[in-house]
Design a protein. Structure first.
Length: 299
C-alpha cells in the first residue's frame, strides 16, 4: 500500500493514501476541543454532542474530566500536556490509528498566571505562560492540520479576552499570548485557503480560572476586587451557549475569517445581517490595526 510521509516537527507519520481517501466518507462530523477538562471546554462538548458531533478532547488532569464523558461512545479523551512535544505527536498518532479527522478545532486553553507586574514576576514563569497561551496551542493546530478532513475547510476558534482593546494590567503573559492568537487568525486565514480561523472574546464566564486571580491577591491589582465580586455573587456572566452560537455563526460566514469577535458586544444575534454586511465591506474591521493610522498618500 502506498503511504505518504508527513513531517510533524522532528517526527514522521505515515498515512496510507487509501485510508486518507476514505476519511471523507466514513467519519462523522468531529470537533477537536483542546482543554475539554476546562469549564468552557466541558460545556462546549455538551453542545456539540447534542448537535450530533463526535468529539476529540484533550486534558491534563483526569480529575477534571466529566465522568459522563468516559463512557460516551462519541467522545475520545486524550491526555495531552501541550508543554510536552511527544504528547502532541501521540494525539495525531491516535487519530491516525483510529481513522479520525476533525472538522472543527476549538482551543479553550488559558492560563492567567503569573499575575503581577512584568518586572516582578519570575521570568521563567512568564515565558512559560506566554508560550502556553499562544505558541503551544498553535503547535497543536500545526500538527493536527495533517488529520483535518481532506478537501474541506477546517473551522478553527481560539478563545481570547482581556487585553485586545486595553492594557490588562498585571496579566501581561496571558494578554500577550491571547493577542498573538488574534493576529495568527488573520495570518493563517489569509495564507491557508482551507482554514477558517476566528478569535472569540468570551467576556466574563463563571469558571475555575478565576481562582488564579483570587490566589494572586493584591498582585492582581484592580482586577482582584472585580473578580471577588463576580465570584462571591455567584454571577454566571457569559453563557457558554452564547460562545457556541457565536462560533457557529462565524463558521457559517466566510466574511468572518481571520477576525476577532466579542460574544458580549458584537451585534451577531438575531441573524447578524447588518454585521455580516459591514464585515464584507471592511477588510480592517475586527482585526488588529494601528488606530488612527495616517496613510501616506502617493503623489
Amino acid at each position: 500500500m502506498i503511504c505518504r510521509k508527513l513531517l510533524l516537527g522532528k517526527f514522521y507519520l505515515n498515512i496510507p493514501d487509501a485510508a486518507k481517501r476514505l476519511f471523507d466518507l466514513d467519519t462523522p462530523q468531529t470537533v477537536f476541543i483542546a482543554a475539554i477538562s476546562s469549564d468552557i471546554g466541558m460545556q462546549l462538548a455538551h453542545y456539540y454532542s447534542d448537535a450530533g458531533y463526535h468529539i476529540i478532547g484533550t486534558y491534563r488532569d483526569a480529575s477534571h474530566i466529566n465522568p459522563a464523558f468516559r463512557d460516551a461512545q462519541n467522545i475520545h479523551l486524550l491526555r495531552c500536556d501541550l508543554t510536552v512535544d511527544q504528547d502532541i505527536v501521540q494525539v495525531v498518532e491516535y487519530m491516525q490509528r483510529k481513522g479520525l479527522v476533525w472538522d472543527r478545532f476549538v482551543s479553550a486553553v488559558g492560563l492567567l498566571s503569573p499575575i503581577g507586574k512584568f518586572v516582578d514576576v519570575p521570568a521563567a514563569e512568564w515565558k512559560k505562560s506566554v508560550t502556553l497561551n499562544s505558541l503551544q496551542q498553535l503547535e497543536l493546530l500545526h500538527h493536527l492540520y495533517a488529520v483535518k478532513r481532506p478537501d474541506c475547510t477546517g473551522n478553527v476558534a481560539f478563545l481570547v479576552g482581556g487585553a485586545i482593546n486595553r492594557a490588562f494590567a498585571n496579566y501581561s503573559a496571558y494578554s500577550l499570548g491571547k493577542v498573538m492568537l488574534v493576529k495568527f487568525c488573520e495570518l493563517i486565514s489569509d495564507e491557508t485557503a482551507d482554514l477558517h480561523c476566528v478569535a472569540i472574546g468570551t467576556g466574563w464566564v463563571a469558571s475555575k480560572i478565576h481562582l488564579q486571580t483570587l490566589a494572586a491577591g493584591d498582585k492582581a491589582g484592580e482586577n482582584l476586587a472585580a473578580t471577588q465580586q463576580f465570584v462571591e455573587k455567584g454571577e454566571q456572566g457569559t453563557s457558554v451557549k452564547d460562545i457556541y452560537d457565536l462560533m457557529e455563526w462565524c463558521f457559517a460566514r466566510p466574511e468572518t475569517r481571520g477576525r476577532n469577535f466579542s460574544v458580549v458586544h458584537d451585534q451577531w444575534r438575531g441573524g447578524g445581517g447588518e454585521l455580516s454586511a459591514q464585515l464584507a465591506e471592511s477588510p480592517d474591521m475586527f482585526r488588529l490595526r494601528r488606530h488612527g493610522n495616517q496613510h501616506k498618500k502617493s503623489s
